[in-house]
Design a protein around this ligand. Structure first.
Ligand SMILES: Cc1ncc(COP(=O)(O)O)c(C=O)c1O
Length: 367
């Protein structure tokens, strides 16, 4: 592909002089598990996200798994979330004995339609799980109010929203009782392998999740409860610390690229460009448009060397893995309609104006 969806090679080239010596230093130190890089990253990421506590873990999926436990989820408890997301959002729920309930999305933002939450609440509901998809914050205030009214715990799935801002000041991850992040390589803050983190408001909950991520250890061979091996490793933590220092300027570059697309696509018939909610300052993890005949347009872009994508083509409620939940086609109409039309265009901090122009010109020729 001439224009990748996300250019990790260009990003590495821009920081290789920082990363390479650090990797050698960590290897020579032999502190591969735990240690100062992990605790340093946890402290710095908590500060960045305006949260009191951060627990580094092995992936965004592990973060969600532990956050459900941290929220006190018991067998039979229900979690309300969206179907328009990556499967990891819902994946740990059933193995923990819980049940997922999907609500539809807002057609403008592609995030949770908050007006549908109260209808989905039952006496078993325990957790509200909004997903800040594509890097755009969900409208959190109504969710926090509903949670307060019904005594529910809010977990933010912020896997795609590192540093995204809600209502001018609150950062994604700082609003729910718990929040989870992925540092999968292509994420805005990406490791060189799998990594993730949980943010928590409560010190005791953070402490328990920290122990659970490390085999439930209270001490080296003393285990308070059975846990997991969900640790963040020191090499990834060291790389993430370097990258975190660049994240704000990378986010500004993503905003520059998104603004170029917005300007060039505005008024283009057949294309629905992303709509930014008045309360949101997104971090543009993905730049997602809607077009008719999406699959033909996607193929056309790829045939021209432009790596577009679809996030995500099959909503969770229609996945074979969730057939047992009994959702019929048509049960979440906005989610289903959007899934057929969405198209993610390349976006990454190093993207040039000429690359944006080539994507837009090629797109126009395909419409
Ligand atoms: C919305 C969302 N939630 C959860 C995850 C899971 O993160 P990971 O791949 O690090 O396990 C991802 C990323 O893949 C994601 O995009």
């Amino acid at each position: 592909m001439d224009i990748p969806l996300c250019d990790l090679k260009a990003q590495y080239a821009s920081i290789a002089d920082e990363v390479d010596p650090k990797v050698r230093e960590v290897i020579a130190s032999t502190r591969y598990i735990g240690g100062p890089e992990v605790s340093g990253f946890e402290k710095e990421f908590a500060e960045f996200s305006q949260s009191p506590h951060c627990v580094g873990v092995a992936s965004g999926t592990a973060a969600l798994h532990l956050a459900f436990i941290g929220a006190g989820m018991e067998p039979g408890d229900e979690v309300i979330t969206v179907s328009h997301t990556f499967i990891a959002t819902a994946e740990p729920i059933a193995p923990l004995g819980g049940k997922v309930r999907f609500v539809d999305i807002d057609e403008d933002t592609y995030n949770m339609d908050v007006s549908q939450i109260e209808n989905a609440i039952t006496e078993k509901t325990k957790i509200l799980l909004p997903v800040h998809l594509y890097g755009q914050p969900v409208d959190m205030d109504p969710i926090l109010e509903i949670a307060e009214k019904h005594d529910l715990t809010v977990i933010e799935d912020a896997a795609q929203a590192h540093g995204a801002v809600y209502k001018g000041e609150r950062v994604c991850g700082s609003m729910g009782a718990l929040a989870t992040f992925s540092f999968y390589p292509g994420k805005n803050l990406g490791a060189y392998g799998d990594a993730g983190a949980i943010l928590a408001k409560d010190a005791a909950v953070a402490d328990r999740m920290n122990r659970l991520a490390n085999h439930g250890r209270a001490d080296k061979y003393l285990h308070d409860e059975e846990g997991y091996n969900f640790r963040l490793d020191a090499l990834q933590a060291a790389i993430l610390r370097i990258k975190l220092r660049h994240l704000s300027s990378w986010t500004e570059e993503r905003r520059r690229v998104a603004a170029l697309y917005q300007e060039r696509l505005s008024g283009l018939s057949g294309v629905i460009a992303p709509k930014v909610a008045s309360f949101a300052n997104p971090v543009w993890h993905l730049y997602v448009i809607r077009v008719p005949e999406r699959d033909r347009v996607l193929q056309g872009l790829r045939d021209s060397g432009i790596d577009a994508g679809v996030h995500y083509p099959v909503p969770l409620h229609l996945q074979p893995a969730y057939r047992y939940l009994g959702y019929e086609e048509g049960s979440l109409p906005v989610t289903e309609k959007v899934a057929k039309e969405i198209l993610s265009l390349p976006i990454f901090p190093e993207m040039t104006e000429a690359q944006v122009d080539r994507v837009v010109t090629t797109l126009k020729s395909l419409l």
